[in-house]
Design a protein around this ligand. Structure first.
Ligand code: AMP
Length: 355
């Protein structure tokens, strides 16, 4: 048996019915609803104002019904019948960002995964404490500009989409940086980026065993980031800087990638250590998570970020990926979530996957 995350009171609304998969209509909701439908679960779309019309264009991903709220922040309010609907909320990146971490933590509706992870993921310092204590290699962090000994990326606290990040190729170039708020200076890692979509099941007793359960790799992507990804076409960055053109890292889309097969061993070891440490620190991370980092030419993987819920890059693999097809053909992350809910329910173990 694994670790119970949800109280009996929280799960009482699911006692006598199939859970309804509910999420906010954005980000990866089409995939989440599609996966639930394939696994035979009812679905509920939460929309801000009128339901988006584009759902009509995707009949296999349209939720069975919608509930509308005036603002995302109203979602936890008394007038929103989520417990009555037997809803299980599947959080995605936009969900937590729009609702706010405090309101998300306080939601009186069962949520897929361990909501205690939020405190560790949303604070860059705590996230580093978690990953470094798991033995994961991360980009070096400089406490002071005088320590800089190579290229750096300067990140403002809470900067959304990497706007305002500053790149400097050495300490000299950093001297020209004029901060406009609190920031951290980080080693700029040279290499190639990979965003690896893992899934940790505390219920599974086969496959790549970690903790009481097992770890799966469901896909991999690279984010398209404007304007940095195409900036080179206009000339050298130094020249562009003089013309007032600065690099930004705003995510505009995703492309599928795979990792050199011999590097998979390393990828699994890193993800396994992150999961094992999460079990010690806060009872474990359950379900989808994404390990985001850079593979250097020495084949060292440096993790700059971890997302602890379904990421939008999984939308590439609604009908399976080169990895998930080797587990079960047509397995998306959305469908994998639904399978975990179905299994937990049939084994009387919902408290281990919901919080
Ligand atoms: P973040 O806000 O930390 O997710 O970073 C946004 C983007 O900046 C990433 O997707 C990478 O393209 C880039 N990036 C972040 N950290 C580093 C780093 N240490 N070295 C090189 N590129 C980075």
């Amino acid at each position: 048996m694994g670790i119970p995350l949800a109280s009996e009171a929280r799960l009482a609304c699911l006692a006598d019915r199939a859970p309804t998969v509910a999420t906010l209509c954005s980000h990866s909701s089409l995939q989440i609803f599609h996966g639930a439908r394939v696994e035979g679960l009812p679905t509920l779309g939460i929309s801000v104002g009128k339901p988006p019309r584009f759902y009509d264009a995707f009949p296999l991903a349209r939720p069975d019904r919608f509930v509308s709220v005036p603002r995302v922040k109203d979602l936890g309010g008394a007038g929103v019948p989520l417990r009555e609907a037997g809803a299980v909320i599947v959080p995605h990146g936009s969900f937590v960002e729009y609702l706010g971490s405090e309101a998300f933590g306080a939601l009186d509706v069962p949520v897929f995964g361990n909501r205690a992870v939020l405190a560790w993921e949303s604070d860059r310092r705590k996230e580093r404490e978690w990953l470094e204590s798991a033995g994961v290699s991360m980009p070096k962090r400089y406490e002071d500009a005088s320590e800089v000994d190579g290229p750096v990326i300067v990140k403002y606290y809470g900067a959304k989409g990497g706007k305002g990040f500053y790149l400097a190729k050495n300490r000299g170039a950093l001297a020209e940086f004029r901060p406009t708020g609190p920031y951290v200076i980080q080693e700029y890692v040279l290499g190639t980026r990979y965003y690896m979509h893992f899934f940790y099941s505390p219920l599974s007793d086969r496959g790549y065993r970690v903790g009481h359960g097992s770890l799966e790799l469901l896909g991999m992507d690279r984010r398209d980031e404007a304007n940095i990804d195409e900036l080179y076409k206009l000339g050298a960055q130094e020249v562009l800087l003089k013309a007032g053109i600065r690099p930004t890292f705003v995510v505009t889309g995703n492309v599928p990638v795979i990792l050199r097969e011999s590097l998979l061993e390393k990828a699994f070891e890193i993800a396994a250590r992150i999961v094992e440490r999460s079990i010690d620190l806060f009872g474990g991370m359950v379900g989808p998570f994404c390990v985001e980092g850079i593979m250097t030419e020495e084949l060292e993987f440096k993790v700059f970020e971890i997302s602890t819920r379904i990421v939008a890059g999984t939308n590439l693999f609604v009908s399976g990926s080169p990895y998930s097809d080797l587990i079960e053909p047509g397995l998306s992350t959305g469908r994998r979530i639904a399978k975990e809910i179905v299994r937990a329910r049939s084994e009387g173990r919902l408290a281990e996957v919901l919080s």
